[in-house]
Design a protein around this ligand. Structure first.
Ligand SMILES: Cc1cc2nc3c(=O)[nH]c(=O)nc-3n(C[C@H](O)[C@H](O)[C@H](O)COP(=O)(O)OP(=O)(O)OC[C@H]3O[C@@H](n4cnc5c(N)ncnc54)[C@H](O)[C@@H]3O)c2cc1C
Length: 532
């Protein structure tokens, strides 16, 4: 064991590892990258996290740089949970600390997964309404500012987090909260590192007010950079909260150790409805006509996805053959049963004469499940494995979607590549999973080349490559080139206020460069089975 790992292992209750097989296990995520860390730390408690950070910070002040990358379940699609220094895994910080069912609040450690949390809350008839992979951790959902497919109805993770506790780059802990100007002035007078966070951030916001208000509109459709600085000061009350800066920060400003979240009453019965349309125009006008029903999910799929799945034996019989061309609209309602039923009837009523549709009933539930499996089958090719998710979660506004898709067809022809779109109309975040292979140099180079081309197309339509999740390493190769000098300066200053010694994930987001990233693209991609 190397000296540093051994020293830390003596200091912590938790464990430090540096053996090759363990490091290998933490060297990949859902991105196309592979970066082997120097050591893996698995803290048992917050003191372990603080000790680790303090030690690494002391080393940094002596010019020994071992960056810390926090890792939840390792499902990131941008490589933001990979690092060449110390990977700190939150897998043992997985306790649900308190559930107050009357106040509908829950306090959890950051490594609790969405699945664990919602299983526990279900016993109280509650849930946090985020529709994402149940393995995702709460710390990462905040840090990645995940826009899930139910966010159109429930507003996403931002709406549910009340406050967090985080370990700062000095190894201290802070608890965020929304403070009045009066309380803020008390905070800014503190002589601690926390005091300097409040003082410096307040000053930075004051001296960049024009730039920050110009970022305001963009921050709702673009998670790159530290755009959530726009939400630190609330316009109407002038109240101040550091929490928004942790959204989309991808572990670059601090380590989230705890969070208090609001919950909603859980309505377990969900019923679905699918309709097929020959053209995108027809699909979109139908979607617009039913959007007022506020479904839990309102998704759009290019039907070629189901055609490909059918070729692999996943043919959802009930839906074929009418559903194998054009676009499919997938709606889910999770209201009380009578209300859901009324909404489903409305969906049928608003359907144009020439469109095919199937409504979920007690008799055909398994067909709907099969349809879902068909999507999973498309994402995980039976021969080639999972399709690499490097063009996921991009944003295209509803009024641009039709023209965007026409231009996407042109790009398909130029690239000789099938690019069927799928995603959430209600959040305007979509995905493409081009079939690329990482075992050839051309395949690996294609990732950056295609992202560049695709980003140009998005820009023409006012879209964003980082709509539903931030840039990490992979997308930063493109988004970093789009930032103005003023934005780069602002984001640099935020990073320096929180992390003056650059110990937290220094080479992702702003620090990512195409050369450094491309060097880490793997030569194979096999993560097991993935869902959307
Ligand atoms: C099939 C699939 C679908 C997905 N769909 C979506 C989607 O719709 N929208 C979306 O946004 N993402 C999506 N993701 C991406 C991913 O699931 C989310 O980014 C999720 O947050 C990852 O959770 P995790 O626990 O695996 O985090 P990790 O991958 O371990 O970490 C993610 C990021 O959070 C940081 N982080 C983790 N824990 C902490 C902490 N305690 N404190 C500070 N920083 C921390 C890490 O450093 C890293 O930057 C999807 C992923 C997959 C595989």
């Amino acid at each position: 064991m190397n000296k540093i790992a051994k020293y830390l292992n003596q200091q912590l209750i938790g464990n430090v590892f540096d053996s090759a097989p363990i490091l290998e296990g933490y060297s990949t995520d859902r991105s196309a990258l592979k970066i082997t860390p120097r050591m893996v730390v698995v803290p048992e408690n917050v003191s372990d996290v603080r000790r680790t950070v303090r030690f690494i910070s002391q080393l940094a002040s002596k010019s020994v740089h071992i960056p810390i990358t926090v890792r939840g379940s390792g499902l990131d699609k941008t490589g933001a949970d990979l690092g060449s220094g110390l990977v700190l895994s939150t897998e043992h910080l997985n306790k649900i600390l308190e559930i107050d069912d009357h106040a509908r609040l829950v306090r959890v450690q950051a490594g609790v997964t969405l699945g664990q949390l919602n299983s526990a809350l279900a016993l109280y008839g509650l849930h946090v309404p985020i529709l994402a992979d149940p393995r995702e951790t709460i710390g990462a959902l905040i840090s990645n500012f995940t826009t899930d497919s139910a966010a159109g109805k429930y507003n996403g993770i931002y709406y549910y987090v009340d406050c967090i506790e985080a370990v700062t780059s000095t190894g201290d802990t802070i608890q965020t909260g929304r403070f009045s100007r009066h309380l803020l002035s008390q905070k800014t007078r503190l002589t601690s590192f926390e005091g300097s966070l409040y003082r410096e951030t307040d000053k930075l916001i004051d001296s960049n007010s024009d730039l920050i208000s110009s970022l305001g509109a963009r921050s709702t459709i673009d998670a790159a950079g530290y755009q959530m600085i726009t939400q630190v000061v609330r316009e109407n009350t002038r109240s101040f909260d550091l929490l928004p800066l942790f959204y989309a920060a991808q572990g670059t400003l601090g380590i989230i150790t705890e969070a208090i979240l609001h919950c909603e009453v859980y309505q377990p019965q969900v019923r679905h409805f699918v309709a097929a349309f020959e053209s995108i125009g027809a699909a979109l006008s139908y979607i617009e006509s039913i959007a007022y029903l506020i479904p839990e999910e309102l998704n759009l799929y290019d039907a070629r996805i189901f055609k490909t799945a059918a070729e692999h034996g996943k043919d959802p019989a009930l839906f074929a053959p009418k559903f194998n061309k054009g676009y499919m609209v997938w709606v889910a309602f999770n209201d009380k049963p009578r209300k859901t039923n009324k909404k489903l009837q409305k969906c049928l009523k608003l359907l144009p004469d020439n469109a095919a549709a199937v409504m979920e009933t007690d008799d055909n539930t398994t067909d709907f499940q099969r349809l879902n499996s068909a999507i999973v089958s498309y994402l995980n090719d039976d021969v080639r494995g999972e399709r690499v998710p490097f063009i996921d979660d991009f944003y295209v506004a509803p009024d641009h979607l039709s023209n965007f898709l026409t231009d996407l067809r042109t790009l398909e022809k130029a690239e000789k590549l099938e690019l069927p779109i799928f995603g959430s109309f209600s959040t305007s975040n979509y995905n493409l999973r081009p079939d690329i292979q990482l075992n050839s140099v051309e395949g690996r180079q294609f990732i950056v080349k295609f992202m560049k081309e695709f980003n140009e197309l998005l820009k023409e339509h006012g879209g964003s490559l980082t709509g539903g999740s931030p840039e990490g390493r992979i997308k930063a190769t493109i988004t970093n080139q789009e930032l103005s000098d003023e934005e780069i300066e602002l984001y640099d200053k935020i990073k320096t206020i929180f992390d003056p010694n650059q110990i937290f994930n220094p080479d992702i987001k702003l620090g990512a460069t195409p050369n450094a990233t491309v060097r880490h693209i793997r030569t194979g991609y096999n993560n097991g089975v993935t869902t959307i």
